[in-house]
Design a protein around this ligand. Structure first.
Ligand code: PDD
Length: 287
């Protein structure tokens, strides 16, 4: 069934939605995005995603196409028009279409940014059976650019990473730079040792996950110990458990790293507890 999508002020059937071939998102990957999950028809952590979008836009000198109240209204309208119970809303802003190809940024006064949103229905998103089994990951070199804190649509290397993982029979890849893990291809990475949760500190080297912020807050509130620092693959393989977080996977246990099983090879207690707390609290705070 055709979805209703949003393009620059209009709600349209997906087959009628069009973007110029000169759009800088298409030609230059000159755009940013957000993915917000929907549970029981409500948005999870919308404010966090809106705040990170505002920051991504400002770091790239890109104008916000609509204010955040209107953005919320568009999200809600798409949930309604597409009858989304559980799923995701994808949002993308690009520097627009100047009507030709040029490396120089166009004048925002004459080239407005492009705003596109669409929904992905995922019934039972929070009951993903994979969370009960856990996921295996491989490690690969992190070959991305140096501003991973900006959520740009330059997703070629993360896509290649997922393909390398798929080829190796794994669920995802963890990216390694200077001997330590930055993050997963589309999630933040964590290990747990002697009850302590260890995850990379915030910097330009990783995306500042909205799920990460919430999970660390809930962990501290539950008196769990958290250490924000880099860790190596060898340290991760020696950990008691591991997991990743993202808006679409929530908290997903990792049970194997480069062929080495963690502990008994089953999802860890900390990861499962955090998943439960995260889902409970997120549902309560959903709007
Ligand atoms: N990915 N790190 C990277 C590189 C990501 O792409 C993502 C999100 C995260 C987790 O961020 P958050 O908790 O705010 O979702 C970390 C989204 C889900 C995606 O690309 O589909």
């Amino acid at each position: 069934m055709s979805r209703t999508v949003y393009v620059n002020g209009e709600y349209l059937p997906e087959e009628d939605a069009k973007i110029s071939i000169f759009d800088r998102g298409f030609l230059m990957a000159d755009g940013v995005y957000e993915v917000t999950s929907v549970l029981d028809g409500k948005l999870i952590a919308f404010d966090g995603h809106a705040a990170r979008l505002t920051r991504s836009l400002s770091e790239l000198d890109m104008a916000a196409p609509v204010d955040m109240d209107e953005l919320l209204a568009i999200h809600r309208e798409l949930v309604k028009r597409n009858d989304i119970v559980d799923g995701l809303i994808y949002l993308q802003v690009t520097r627009g279409s100047p009507g030709d190809r040029d490396f120089v940024f166009p004048d925002p006064a004459t080239t407005p940014s492009t705003l596109v949103l669409f929904t992905q229905s995922k019934p039972g998103l929070a009951d993903n059976p994979a969370a009960k089994i856990g996921m295996s990951v491989i490690s690969i070199e992190d070959l991305r650019w140096g501003r991973r804190d900006i959520k740009t649509v330059q997703l070629l290397y993360p896509s290649m990473g997922k393909m390398m993982a798929q080829k190796a029979g794994a669920g995802d890849a963890w990216l390694v730079e200077d001997g330590v893990v930055t993050e997963g291809t589309s999630n933040n990475a964590y290990i747990v040792k002697n009850g302590k949760i260890i995850t990379r500190h915030l910097s330009n080297d990783i995306l500042h996950g909205i799920t990460r912020a919430a999970v660390l807050r809930y962990a501290k509130e539950a008196q769990m110990e958290v250490e924000e620092r880099a860790f190596s693959i060898a340290e991760a393989q020696d950990a008691d458990e591991a997991f990743v977080t993202s808006a679409s996977a929530f908290v997903m246990p990792v049970v194997e790293i480069d062929g080495v099983k963690l502990g008994d090879g089953k999802p860890g207690k900390v990861a499962l507890r955090l998943r439960e707390i995260y889902l409970d609290e997120s549902r309560k705070a959903a709007i």
